[in-house]
Design a protein around this ligand. Structure first.
Ligand code: 26V
Length: 820
């Protein structure tokens, strides 16, 4: 890929011509006059300017992929958490500064324009954001990588806090149109549901299957260009929207039942209506299953159409196509490809299965049993009857092989089977994805090890070497360069801008940790970012937080295993300490939380309420003053993360060891100079070994110790009875002190902690407190803190998603970077 010059000054006439382009688009694309144009109109206009540049490169990139007949990578994901596109696109094009100057010359505030763009929030959390970082890295590296997913009309819900409680409202993100997408009404495929399967013998007497009497829905493509950073390469994200099939309507119209026809049209278009906001428990909903099959069926038709333009032999499919399954959610694709090859293309089973397994690879993102997907056989038989038959056949042949290797081990067969015998009988999607893929990967070293030891131990024994580790990463463009322009230019000023494409170059900052002037500038940047966040908190929540206090940040989905509650216990203990020794020397802290709870996850919602109630009391207690503030920032999103992360001093990564697959927020925070307080879990372990143990606060039991405690019997109340400060904190919560109108409100929390404490908060409490004391002490020495903070930034090179993607390309996809 040809590189564009980095960091060249902007000539006046270029700004003028950009101004002209924006003004023209205001007239011709937004249809507005300058006199009454709103920020949103300028957003639309400037987006069109950027889009015009991007789309030309999109076409030439696609053309060069065709010309070179390259191997393409397809990333199948139910979620793409893209966030905003405008400033990212401009920055990738090298036009961000110029655009800001052009807007200012038009007397328009650039921030207002960028903030007028709604987030594309088509994901729940880590898994969806990872997909977005991967698209950025594939484009930047020149890897022919395409995202395939669903164009949900409603993305992740908005969260408001009312009386301390989460209230959800719909995210109608497309209401004012979306300048980044290209509707492709001509790219439309039928997707079948329901119906029945009939067997017949073909002319050669071979038994064949015909899936008929189906209800069909059409999938229409919408394309969003994905520009790489400072390169001509532009990849594509193709999202499918459900449209009623014409045939379907016609039959009713012909019967004269107009209303019924319109009703049914609505029904089928519901498939792409809304993102499921629950990433914690599987609710075996029929519509969710239909979403999965809907986008998979459309994507495979699209991929095979493209493949078919140049190839007629399916044996070559795995040389030209790699499909990565983002968790099991799209794993029905394995079955669908088998159906196409066997039923429609008449390949024999073994040949089809070999092609299929060489095409697919599967990434596992969680070991939490509640989140492992299973679908009732009965539901699959109704919605996708032919697929259920094929799953049985895959399983039958697979178990035959297992039996041959381990004769007589019926227990093994029962455990390893794709079908859980129930009752009710269920399909284990992780087993299906494993058996149907040539590679299975975990997302951090410990996670991969645990996969091999737990959910996939039998499968690993049967297919040794199939499971590999590829530790997650994040795109440094969005998460440092764009989110933290102050730090970004400080760094580039010292070591040059090359780190944006080769994050390992940040190592050049290591000697600068010893440079007093650099430490001062570094601290100034952090201080500025903290002041920005403090004024956001003041403007939106009407709460003053001291910008010179330690900003202690925990931002992620609300989940018991992530242990926001452990953080709350520490906050309550600090509160009690301040009250009981008012003259003590307490390090001032602002404890910031942000995160959404699944709408049906009562315990997570109660914890949100507790955080807000604790904040209400603590923040207004005159005895506390500015020494402790507790803030819950509503509606955690990509855009909110971009604002909070650069302002963090301390990053809370405190999940029970063995539960957080990787975490990626941990990487974002550390890359922005926050020090981590964390357990030896997920990627924290790898972060610790990169930054050095003197620059991170590790505490708590290790995964193996947790497992041992589980086996030998855990008695949480013993910690409660023997640790005075712990008991005091729990008792204060249980007493109704934070919920005076409803004194028993937090009883479920106290009861859970004292009876079972499934996530070992009490076992880790003392160790967490000690680590927090060490944090206070370290923060007192601002020079030492700045040194550690710089060393965190300097040692984050490994966690670039560019490194992650190159590993996928080499170790799974066999995909090359394309020269143009
Ligand atoms: C699970 C489910 C299950 C029920 C249906 C809806 C739904 C939607 C999403 C999920 C995903 C849960 C898994 C997940 O997000 N894992 C996170 O993946 C990150 C990227 O690998 C990783 O950093 C986090 O540690 C992991 O929790």
């Amino acid at each position: 890929m040809s590189e564009k010059a980095l960091g060249t000054p902007i000539p006046e006439e270029m700004i003028d011509s950009l101004k002209q382009l924006v003004s023209d688009h205001l007239t011709y694309s937004a249809g507005k006059d300058k006199i009454n144009a709103k920020a949103h109109d300028w957003f639309v206009s400037l987006s069109h300017v950027a889009r015009d540049k991007v789309v030309g490169e999109l076409m030439s990139t696609m053309r060069s992929y065709y010309d070179q007949d390259v191997k393409r990578v397809y990333y199948f994901s139910l979620e793409f958490l893209m966030g905003r596109a405008l400033s990212n696109s401009l920055d990738n094009l090298g036009l961000l500064d110029m655009a800001k100057q052009a807007l200012k010359a038009l007397s328009i505030s650039p921030d207002d324009v960028f903030e007028a763009e709604p987030d594309a929030g088509l994901g729940n959390g880590g898994l969806g954001r990872l997909a977005a970082c991967f698209l950025d890295s594939m484009a930047t590296l020149g890897i022919p990588g395409f995202g395939y997913g669903i164009r949900y009309e409603y993305g992740m819900f908005f969260q408001r806090i009312q009386n301390g409680q989460q209230v959800e409202s719909p995210d109608n993100w497309l209401r004012y149109g979306n300048p980044w997408e290209f509707p492709r009404p001509e790219v439309i495929y039928p997707v079948k549901f329901y119906g029945r399967v009939v067997e017949y013998a073909d002319e050669k007497g071979v038994l064949r299957y015909h899936w008929m009497d189906t209800n069909d829905v059409m999938a229409m493509a919408y394309d969003t260009p994905v520009p790489g950073y400072m390169t001509d390469a532009v990849n594509n994200m193709r999202l499918w929207s459900a449209k009623a099939s014409h045939d379907f309507e016609l039959s009713y119209f012909n019967e004269g039942n107009y209303i019924k026809a319109v009703e049914d049209k609505n029904q089928s278009e519901n498939i792409s209506k809304v993102l499921y906001p629950d990433d914690s428990t599987l609710m075996g909903r029929e519509l969710r299953l239909k979403q999965q099959y809907f986008f998979v069926a459309a994507s495979l038709q699209d991929i095979l159409y493209r493949f078919g333009k140049y190839h007629d032999n399916f044996d070559h499919l795995p040389e030209k196509v790699a499909i990565q399954l983002n968790d099991t959610h799209p794993s029905i694709a394995i079955v669908e490809l088998m159906r196409i090859l066997v039923d429609l293309k008449h390949l024999d089973w073994d040949r089809a299965f070999s092609i299929t397994t060489r095409t697919f690879a599967y990434t596992n993102h969680t070991l939490m049993p509640e989140a492992l997907e299973t679908w009732p056989v009965e539901l699959l038989e109704t919605v996708l009857p032919r697929h259920m038959q094929i799953i049985y056949e895959i399983n039958h042949r697979f178990l035959k092989e297992v039996r041959a290797s381990y004769p007589g081990d019926n227990e093994l067969l029962r455990r390893i089977s794709i079908i859980d015998d129930g009752p009710p009988k269920k399909v284990r999607m992780a087993h299906l994805a494993f058996v149907g893929s040539h590679r299975v990967n975990g997302v951090a070293k410990i996670h991969t090890d645990l996969m091999k030891e737990t959910i996939f131990s039998d499968l690993e024994r049967f297919s040794p070497g199939k499971i590999i580790n590829i530790t997650n990463g994040i795109t440094p463009r969005r998460w440092l360069k764009q989110a933290n322009p102050g730090l970004s230019s400080l760094i580039s000023g010292k070591i040059g801008p090359g780190w944006t494409k080769d994050l390992a170059l940040l190592k050049k900052l290591i000697p600068l940790a010893e440079d007093g002037d650099f430490r001062t500038s570094f601290r100034e940047v952090k201080q500025h970012n903290k002041e920005c966040l403090a004024s956001f908190i003041k403007n939106t929540l009407h709460l003053e937080v001291p910008a010179d206090s330690l900003f202690d940040v925990q931002i992620k989905r609300m989940h018991e295993y992530k242990r926001q509650l452990l953080n709350v216990l520490h906050v309550v203990t600090r509160y009690q300490e301040i009250i009981s020794s008012p003259g003590g020397d307490h390090q001032p802290r602002t404890v910031i939380f942000s995160g959404k709870a699944a709408p049906g996850y009562q315990m997570a919602k109660l914890i949100i309420r507790l955080i807000n109630d604790v904040g209400e009391i603590v923040n207004h207690d005159h005895r506390v003053g500015s020494r402790l503030k507790v803030v819950f920032i509503p509606n955690y999103s990509v855009s909110n993360a971009e604002m909070i992360i650069p302002a963090a001093d301390l990053s809370e990564q405190i999940s029970t060891a063995g539960t957080e697959a990787s975490g990626t927020g941990n990487m974002k925070l550390s890359l922005n100079g926050a020090l981590t307080i964390g357990t030896l879990d997920g990627a924290n372990i790898e972060i610790a070994s990169e930054v050095g143990e003197e620059n991170i606060f590790i505490f708590g039991m290790k995964a193996g110790e947790i497992l041992h405690l589980k086996k030998t019997g855990y008695r949480p109340w013993e910690h409660y009875e023997t640790q005075k400060d712990l008991k005091q904190a729990i008792d204060l919560i249980g007493s109704g002190y934070f919920s005076p109108d409803q004194p028993t409100l937090y009883k479920p929390i106290v009861d859970s902690l004292l009876s079972a404490d499934p996530f070992f908060l009490l076992a880790d409490y003392a160790s967490y407190r000690n680590a927090q004391r060490a944090v206070d002490l370290a923060y007192r020495d601002q020079d030492r803190w700045a040194r550690s903070s710089i060393l965190n930034v300097a040692n984050m090179g490994k966690f670039s998603s560019d490194r992650t993607i190159l590993q996928y390309a080499n170790e799974i996809w066999g995909a090359r970077r394309i020269e143009r």
